[in-house]
Design a protein around this ligand. Structure first.
Ligand code: WTA
Length: 636
């Protein structure tokens, strides 16, 4: 019997129990039945969380693009693989069939080879949401190069840090991008970044907005003429199961972003299997995930998961507000989208607008609605359920992380009864554990603690690029033999999970993970600033927004404050990107610190959230007097 498509709740429990009792048999069956392998594995799993070392399907040989493209050609060559919906609704959508995708990926792969890119080399991709983004990702995978996609909203400094951290040889970018009414000079950002990146000798440029850009002789080339001259056949590089497929950066509570490394076979198996079940994908469905491929959601659930299933995946260049707030629903109607996957922050933003923007369109094609990236609040859940799903499409609230590679906790639509704000049940193969403050695992139901996973799953990140020690310390040191997620969660009476949010200093703003340290470092570069601390506070649309407490070297007038505030946000935009700008900045004379000099963020968080009723004992602080001063001047 195939485990591939779970159809009712009893079957889920049966499959789940098997996945825990006999994980190797379970994952072996899935791998056997649904993929093409050049060589079978010798061993399904070996693992040791104390090192940590995890290997899935060791000894197997494959190429993920054969699974995502080649094997669909015989039966589904003329089916649309990628359905590109441009920023401008007047520009025609493109239906890229599997046949055409095969040719375009191979041509791109041949161009990469002709430019000297080899197996194992790192290639940075800094592109807007256009077909070339998915194609260049797949082209890297075709030849065994490791792609490192950087979200095209990041600044030149952030881009340079990421390029250098993984020693990328090449950058793939475009002459610019469209974003609603605006155009953005991506190539200019790349040029700026590359002043700091001596290792990059080659830049391929996709023409998107026809802007007049500088091309640096000997380094920059337009990609189209190279593609036109390239062969449409490119033998896939045969990869080992554990060869790295990609690096993707995510923020940590401290330090620089972490380059999470995902490997080939396990990632493929897990993203494909979860995609099929969690979105209930059927062969003629049109699936749309609105994320950007620059994030893990786009890697796993726009590119690899859907294509491994031979699905039609929509790639949307635009924004939800352009040309008006009805755009998402217009696209759903136009392409008869069946599965729609978005983030709570988008739902909240759209819920603020007139209902007319939703009601105008025929949304009857929808069968499954997804949510990802942060906890979905009850109000947003109901708005989504009532107005988009018309109470007819189950909402799958999917909890997972860049580090987990694929969805970990989520309902199966039409299988798992849903409750607003609950991600519900662990996916087969996932063994969550909730930990108490003494480091003990909480047994039974109706408990709340820190969320860990106590058994490996195929798509977990294997390391942090260039820093295995940090990988171990961040994820495997808080609790023995467990992967620690950084999130808190509760398990209710029936065993459903509800994610309560981050328990570390990562703040999720509009679904984007932001670490406090790089933002504080950026602020501290302002010549007038001596110290700063960032916390999150609840925000109607963004979920959380950033509140900055800043100590100036010399106390200033309010006019000075205003200017410094503007400059601080300017510096943050340059160092990280506009997503990390502060909503509120308060100038303070000191920050509450413990006697060992650690900033008490818990207190700052409460003050920023206007929740000062229970600040706890502040008398043990080094400087308790600043707390009253901060409360008095808090920015409402
Ligand atoms: C949060 C995104 C509650 C969580 C795929 C996690 C969620 C972090 C949910 C990872 C959800 C993601 N409910 N919280 N359904 N999904 N999160 O790496 O705090 O960008 O640790 O991966 O987002 O964010 P990342």
């Amino acid at each position: 019997m195939s485990n591939y498509h779970i159809k009712h709740l009893e079957e889920y429990y049966k499959v789940y129990r098997k996945s825990v009792r006999e994980p190797e048999v379970f994952w072996e069956e899935i791998a056997e039945e649904h993929f093409v392998w050049r060589k079978r594995w010798d061993k399904v799993l070996s693992w040791d969380f104390s090192k940590p070392e995890v290997k899935w399907y060791e000894g197997a040989k494959l190429n993920i693009t054969e699974n995502c493209i080649d094997r669909h050609l015989r039966t589904n060559g003329n089916k649309t693989a990628i359905l590109f919906e441009p920023n401008n609704p007047d520009e025609e959508a493109q239906h890229i069939t599997y046949n055409r995708l095969y040719e375009r990926v191979n041509q791109f792969a041949n161009v990469l080879k002709s430019q000297g890119i080899q197996k194992g080399d790192r290639v940075c991709i800094y592109l807007p949401m256009i077909p070339e983004l998915a194609i260049s990702v797949l082209a890297c995978a075709r030849i065994g190069a490791i792609h490192s996609v950087v979200f095209a909203g990041f600044s030149s400094t952030a881009l340079a840090t990421r390029i250098n951290d993984s020693d990328c040889k090449m950058v793939i970018t475009s002459d610019g991008s469209y974003r609603g009414k605006k155009t953005i000079d991506l190539k200019g950002i790349v040029d700026e970044a590359l002043y700091e990146c001596p290792g990059v000798s080659n830049v391929l440029v996709v023409k998107r907005i026809n802007s007049d850009i500088d091309m640096k002789e000997g380094r920059d080339q337009w990609v189209q003429p190279l593609l036109d001259a390239a062969s449409k056949e490119c033998e896939p590089e045969i990869m080992n199961a554990e060869d790295p497929l990609f690096i993707l950066y995510t923020s940590g509570s401290t330090g620089q972003p972490k380059g999470m490394v995902h490997t080939t076979a396990g990632y493929m198996v897990y993203t494909a299997y979860t995609f099929k079940n969690i979105f209930n994908y059927r062969s003629n469905d049109v699936y749309w995930c609105t994320a950007d491929i620059g994030w893990i959601t786009g890697h796993s659930y726009i590119v690899y998961g859907p294509l491994a299933n031979g699905a039609t995946t929509v790639l949307f260049e635009g924004v939800p507000s352009y040309p008006d707030y009805g755009r998402f629903w217009e696209v759903v109607e136009k392409h008869k989208v069946n599965q729609f996957y978005t983030a709570p922050t988008a739902i909240r933003a759209l819920a603020k607008e007139k209902l007319e923007f939703v009601n105008k369109y025929d949304l009857t094609s929808l069968k499954v609605l997804g949510s990802v990236g942060e906890p979905i609040n009850e109000e947003a859940w109901h708005w989504y359920n009532d107005n988009v799903g018309k109470k007819n499409s189950p909402i799958v609230d999917t909890w997972w992380q860049t580090e987990t590679g694929g969805i970990m906790v989520a309902p199966l639509p039409y299988v798992t009864p849903t409750i607003p704000t609950y991600a519900t049940l662990p996916f087969p193969g996932i063994q969550p554990a909730l930990m108490d403050e003494n480091g003990e695992e909480l047994q039974g139901n109706q408990v709340e603690g820190r969320l860990c996973v106590k058994f490996p799953w195929p798509s977990m990140a294997r390391t942090i690029w260039g820093n295995h020690q940090r990988y171990k310390e961040t994820y495997f040191s808080a609790y023995e033999q467990k992967y620690f997620t950084g999130d808190g969660a509760l398990r209710d009476a029936v065993g459903y999970y509800r994610i309560t949010g981050r328990v570390d200093d990562v703040i999720i703003v509009s679904g984007h993970n932001l670490g406090t340290a790089p933002i504080e470092d950026a602020i501290n570069e302002h010549p007038a600033v001596s110290e700063s601390a960032i916390v999150g506070f609840p925000h109607d649309i963004k979920g959380n927004a950033l509140y900055g407490y800043v100590i100036l070297k010399e106390t200033g007038e309010s006019r000075v404050h205003e200017n410094v505030s503007k400059e601080i946000n300017q510096i943050i935009t340059e160092h990280i990107g506009p997503i990390a700008k502060l909503d509120k900045i308060q100038f303070v004379s000191g920050l509450p610190k413990t006697r060992s000099g650690k900033i008490m963020r818990r207190i700052l968080r409460k003050i920023a959230s206007n929740d000062t009723s229970n600040l706890g004992d502040t008398s043990t602080l080094l400087n308790p007097e600043v707390v009253d001063e901060i409360i008095e001047n808090v920015i409402k």
